[in-house]
Design a binder for this molecule. Structure first.
Ligand SMILES: Nc1nc2c(c(=O)[nH]1)N=C([C@H](O)[C@H](O)COP(=O)(O)OP(=O)(O)OP(=O)(O)O)CN2
Length: 165
């Protein structure tokens, strides 16, 4: 075996897609209108081979990623760390405000994400963190990094690579 070889596994599937609504701010004070995308997700893990000759079991990776994707599907994505979009949970509803604009959604239709803006990059970051909490490096695997790719619109991908300590 070549000791300098590096291995990766990558998973992407037609069903690793979530349909969700969001709005972001950009260039300081511009806030988009609420709109939706069919976001496609791919994951890639890097690390040494285990006794099976695996970096990580594709099937376990696919199934874990599917759980996170399903949690986002048919939801409104709201950022809880945005400096100007204020998100408040109230009984059965969630209220979001930005300057003099206000949106109210049923609580169960929303997912509140601890991100500063629901950009594809920060959604990819959050998905990567979710994956790491479950499959993080341990005795059974020695994953070195997790890379999540999120396609917001055809051919428009954001990629977040998280090193595993
Ligand atoms: N690097 C990033 N760039 C942009 C992001 C992002 O998350 N990361 N997001 C946006 C907006 O969300 C924008 O709404 C993207 O929507 P999209 O539908 O792709 O843009 P268009 O309006 O050009 O597409 P239509 O198909 O014409 O609706 C922008 N940039």
């Amino acid at each position: 075996m070549n000791k300098f070889a590096r291995y990766q596994v990558r998973v992407t599937k037609d069903h690793l897609v979530f349909s969700a609504a969001h709005f972001i701010t950009f260039n300081g004070n511009i806030c988009e209108r609420l709109h939706g995308h069919n976001w496609r997700v791919a994951a890639e893990l890097t690390g040494p081979l285990d006794e099976n000759g695996y970096v990580f079991d594709f099937i376990a990776l696919r199934d874990q990623l599917q759980k996170t994707v399903d949690a986002l599907d048919h939801r409104v994505l709201l950022p809880t760390l945005h400096p100007k979009i204020h998100v408040r949970e109230q009984d059965q509803e969630v209220e979001a405000t930005f300057d003099n604009r206000r949106w109210v959604f049923p609580r169960e239709d929303c997912i509140l994400l601890p991100v500063e803006n629901t950009t594809a990059e920060l959604i990819a970051h959050w998905i990567g963190q979710q994956l790491l909490t479950v499959i993080g490096s341990n005795a059974a695997n020695q994953i070195e990094s997790v890379q999540i790719e999120v396609e917001e619109n055809f051919g428009q991908w954001a990629i977040c690579k998280l090193p595993v300590s």
